[in-house]
Design a protein around this ligand. Structure first.
Ligand code: GTP
Ligand code: MG
Length: 217
């Protein structure tokens, strides 16, 4: 048997907060957004990815993130990326007006943000997809060519023996590619980095091929 390939290590050499709100400037970087219901673990997973425990604000109370917050992280040997930590949707504990304002600003960001290269759609391993997740996925399909990946969070909260069956069940229900993760143990984080690196490279190819139809038939 040939020896296993050495594990690729992703090292973040620099990470910083950039900006918040509705009228965000362009940073001319491949941008990835973390979307999902309140409390699913968007901000925690982002901290795990950028290897900075407290840079992105997390909370055990839903509704911690209330605006689109942008961060920049530079990966050794792979350049810089931009990340959008999004407010959670389906957060019942707020007034109707506040919820619809959040939803509107979130949807505007997802549809109109030029630099957006891909969306990570997060689902809690213990809950699986519910109405809000399915609504978000349907919404994202309106933006043609936008890459999405299903990210199943908080795997560590399930007993080891229940993790694989839960992943299989949720993946089947969602269809497409899903990655199991834990912000506590770092599981799945290298897979997400690999996905983002690949997506940003293919977006660059698209930009340099402008006007040329390279689609396979
Ligand atoms: N055990 C465990 N806890 C996690 C994990 N990810 C997040 N949590 C916890 O879940 C809670 C919510 O995490 P956040 O990252 O703030 O969730 P969020 O999706 O950003 O929530 P909003 O900002 O309200 O939309 C916090 O108490 C985290 O510590 C994980 O992978 N494992
Ligand atoms: Mg948050």
């Amino acid at each position: 048997m040939s020896p296993a390939a050495p594990k690729e290590v992703f090292t973040v050499v620099n990470a910083e907060y950039l900006a918040s709100g509705d009228n965000l400037p362009s940073y001319d970087l491949p941008e990835f957004a973390f979307a999902g219901r309140s409390n699913v673990g968007k901000s925690s997973l982002l901290n795990a990815l950028i290897q900075r425990r407290g840079l992105v604000r997390t909370s055990k109370h839903p509704g911690a993130t209330r605006k689109v917050n942008l961060f920049r992280a530079e990966l050794k040997d792979h350049g810089a990326f931009c990340f959008a930590d999004l407010p959670g949707y389906g957060f019942a504990n707020r007034s109707k007006t506040e919820r619809s304002e959040w939803k509107e600003s979130l949807e505007r960001y997802l549809m109109e943000r030029k630099d957006l290269c891909g969306v990570l759609s997060l689902v809690d391993a213990r809950r699986g997809p519910e109405e809000e997740e399915l609504e978000l996925l349907e919404f994202l399909q309106q933006r043609e060519g936008l890459a999405t990946i299903h990210v199943i969070t908080k795997l560590d909260k399930l007993p080891k023996s229940a993790q694989k069956p839960a992943l299989a069940e949720i993946t089947k229900r969602l269809g497409g590619r899903a990655v199991g993760t834990s912000a506590e143990t770092g599981e799945g984080v290298p897979t997400i980095w690999r996905w983002m690196i690949r997506q940003s490279a293919s977006t660059e190819d698209d930009a340099s091929d402008e006007g040329v139809d390279t689609s396979e038939t």
